[in-house]
Structures are given as structure tokens and as C-alpha cells.
Design a protein around this ligand. Sequence first.
Ligand code: NAD
Ligand code: UDX
Length: 480
Amino acid sequence: MVKICCIGAGYVGGPTMAVIALKCPLIEVVVVDISVSRITAWNSEQLPIYEPGLDEVVKQCRGKNLFFSFDVERHVSEADIIFVSVNTPTKTQGLGAGKAADLTYWESAARMIADVSKSDKIVVEKSTVPVKTAEAIEKILTHNSKGIKFQILSNPEFLAEGTAIEDLFSPDRVLIGGRETPDGQKAIKALKAVYAHWVPEERIICTNLWSAELSKLAANAFLAQRISSVNAMSALCEATGADVSQVAHAVGKDTRIGAKFLNASVGFGGSCFQKDILNLVYICECNGLPEVANYWKQVIKVNDYQKNRFVNRIVSSMFNTVSGKKIAVLGFAFKKDTGDTRETPAIDVCKGLIDDKAKLSIYDPQVTEDQIQRDLTLNKFDWDHPAHLQPLSPASKKDITVVWNAYEATKDAHGICILTEWDEFKNLDFQKIYNNMQKPAFLFDGRNVVNPQKLRDIGFIVYSIGKPLDPWIKDLPAVA
Ligand code: NAD
Ligand code: UDX
């Protein structure tokens, strides 16, 4: 029986290994983590992450061929294939701070593998890493190997949160990069055989190590670039009276461009896009390619611009101040169908409103009060460094309330911001909400989930990203 061990029981390690276990009943899969609370949650009824379909997959295999353990060393030493799926956040200090990937967690995992291994192993990079990381990992492993053979493969993960199980069941592609040596090719074949249990052969792409590592950064940069492109257009639409949904539809009909990933929004969030583009920018700079670095940097700049623009619209529309006004925030997660708040645009929007002294009432169906308070207190990039996760003191809590119902959040509010496209926000009773708000009642839709005309008919003053402006807002001085 092949034994797989995955180091890192997070958003990638957990779901990915659960699907491998489900699809390969004859492979034993153990997911290990240094976080005891995470492992305890994976072994409980309340999994540590919310992901549609995940509970069912875990329930089918847990205790049969899927295990979660904090006995990291034992399971690593027993495994034939080790996936490393630890966090690779942006460095907060030292050389490359604010851009380069922090490989501390990766390096410590690699050193531990070298220390405890007693047999040959295939080590798979599942985390997103800078191109050429495999070379460094190889050095760590071989310098400490006591004659044990290690083959490094790059097998980046392309799942998106909220659709992780669907993406893993039916991936557009699985990418495996390895050394172009007989041993490297043998290792690729072994990993390919795992995926071949359910992924059609033509969807398994095999490349050299550096192409696989770089493809992951490139894919995320291309995806984020589409969002910044459509968001840049949304600003021009507002200035000209064009409608960004109509423009995106017309543009996306060109089969060379395609319709997906062209939804204008308050900005992209999530743990990957910003981190991976900053990492790409840093790699370009280190390779003496400033023009290429600046090109990708612009994707982040437009994203920051979009979030600022949204806050400015709110403040300027509401008579240039939100001081002391109750603003309801509907949605805090970075997208629907996840409880993940890493780099969510809601953090920047809420901080912007708090700076203008607004009183926020926040509702998200999957995000806890503690998480929201923490997110609004942490510094940029600190979220992915567990060492920074100290308990919150009551004094550090911001002037916000977190409630468990959209009607409660919007009661007596002067304005509403929709920051996550949860399906339930489409079907709210907006007449009831309007009746219970201060007047004039404002609604700022950062995800284009409401029908602006229907809400204007009720009496709301509505701002929707990239849509023709409400006469109220249009007559105000232009927003910078
Ligand atoms: P995560 O923070 O949810 O999980 C990482 C886990 O690794 C944590 O539970 C942490 O405790 C554990 N860990 C860290 N160091 C360890 C060590 N030395 N030994 C054992 N456990 C250790 O992160 P994630 O979202 O799962 O992302 C993991 C990697 O996958 C990152 O490189 C990320 O860029 C990449 N990725 C993420 C996504 C996504 O949607 N989240 C998608 C594709 C790729
Ligand atoms: C992304 C990549 O899609 C995935 O392939 C990679 O493995 C990890 O990073 P994820 O961040 O989980 O996945 O979600 P994604 O669906 O890509 O959304 C990222 C952000 O972009 C979200 O904030 C989302 O709301 C936003 N978005 C997405 C838009 O604003 N408009 C769109 O058209 C699509």
C-alpha cells in the first residue's frame, strides 16, 4: 500500500488529501500539522474550514484511509510520497519584505523531512513557491540525507475556495514538474499514477520543475490581471455612462477572451492573488527585469485603487462624512461560499470607513466576530504568520458590532455596503430593510448582486460598481 503524508492541514492540504483518499481507496493518506487545534478540528464534526461538499468527502474516508494527526515526524518517516502544503506568506521583515515569499515554514518542513527519513521519498511541492525553490529544497534534503534518495516534484494546486471539491474532482489540469533524469521521470510517473485514479490522462501535464513552479504564479497573475482590467473599465464606465456588465459580456463573447472572471467588483481578495503577484514582481526585480515587474505591480495598484474608490464613493455620497453614522456591512469573506477572510477587500473598506469614524454593523454568514475583530486589528501581511496571532485584548477591539442577521445589521443604518456576493443577499426583503433605515437610505453594492433600478424604485440611493450612476451621486463633485 502506497503511503502519502501531507504536511499542512490548511485550505489546500485538507481538501486535496481528502479527495485523493476518496478517489484512491488503496492509498493511505495522513495529513499532519503542527497546529494541534487544526488537527483536532479535522477529527471533529466541525471541520476547521467551510467548503461546500467537504464534510461529505471527509466523512466517507476519515478513519478508513484518511487520517489527521499531529504526530508529524512519525507519519513523515513512514510515507513514500510527502506533499508539503504549508503556508508561504509574504515576508514582513528583512530582505524583500512586503514582496518576497517567506519560506520559513517550507524550510523547516524540509529540514524535518531530512532529519526523520529512513527510506527514499518523493517530496512534492504543493505550496505555491518562487520559481527555483525546488533547487533550494533539494540542497537541504541532500545535504542532510544520510544516503537516502529524495526526488522533488512541483505539483501546484489550482483549486479555488468555495469550489474546492468541484475543482479537485474535475480539474482543468493537474500539473507535475520534475527533473529530466530517469529518477525524476520515475517520480513523475508515480505521482501521475495517483491522479490517474480519477483525472483523465490528457489533463495531466508533465513539465520540468521550473515551468511547473512558474506556471502557478503565472496563472494567478493572469487571473488577477483580468479582474484588475475589468475593474479599471468599471471606473471608466461610471465616468461615461457605459455599464460594465454589458461591456464585460460583449468583450467576453470573443472566444479568444472568454466570459469567465470578468465580474467587476470592489476588488479581488483571498490568500493567493496579491501574495503571488508580489512574489512574481520580486522575482522579476531580482532577475533584472524592472519593466516586467512594473507591469504586474500595476495589477495590485489597480486593485488598491478600486478599494479606495469604493470607500471614497461612500463617503462623498453621504455628504462627505460618515462620522457617527451606522453603516451596515453585508459580507466579510473574500468571496461567497467560504469563511476565509484572508486579504478580503472588506478589511480595507471597513478600515477606510472606521478612519472616517463610521459605526459599522457587520454580518457574514460564515465569519465569526473574533475573526472580524482580529482582521481589523492586524497589520498588512501579518495574517498569515501564526506567531502574530495573540489573543485580542478588549481594548484593541474596534468600534464595530458583528451580528448574525442582515436585517439586524441594517436596522437604523444610514447606508449598506455589500462586500461579498453571498446568494442570500440577492433575496433579501429590501422593502423591509428600507423601511427600517435612516433616510435618505444609501446602498453601495461592491459585488453587483442587486438590481439597482428595483432598489431605486423602493427609494434607495444606489451605487453599483461600473453601472450608470444614480442621479444623486452623478451630481456630486467627481471622486479622485
Ligand atoms: P493554510 O495557512 O490554510 O495552511 C497551512 C498549514 O500549514 C497551517 O495549518 C500551518 O499550521 C501548517 N504548517 C506550517 N508549517 C508547518 C510545519 N513545519 N509542519 C507542519 N505543519 C505546518 O494555507 P493554505 O491556504 O492551505 O495554503 C498552503 C499553500 O498552498 C500556500 O503556499 C498557498 O499559496 C497555496 N495555495 C493556496 C490556495 C488556496 O486557495 N488557499 C490555492 C492554491 C495554492
Ligand atoms: C485563486 C485562483 O482562482 C485559484 O486557481 C488558485 O489556486 C488560488 O487563488 P481563490 O482566491 O480561492 O482562487 O478564489 P477566486 O475565485 O480566484 O477569487 C479571488 C478573488 O477575486 C475573490 O475576491 C473574488 O471575489 C474576486 N473575483 C473573482 C472578482 O472580483 N471578479 C471575478 O470575476 C472573479
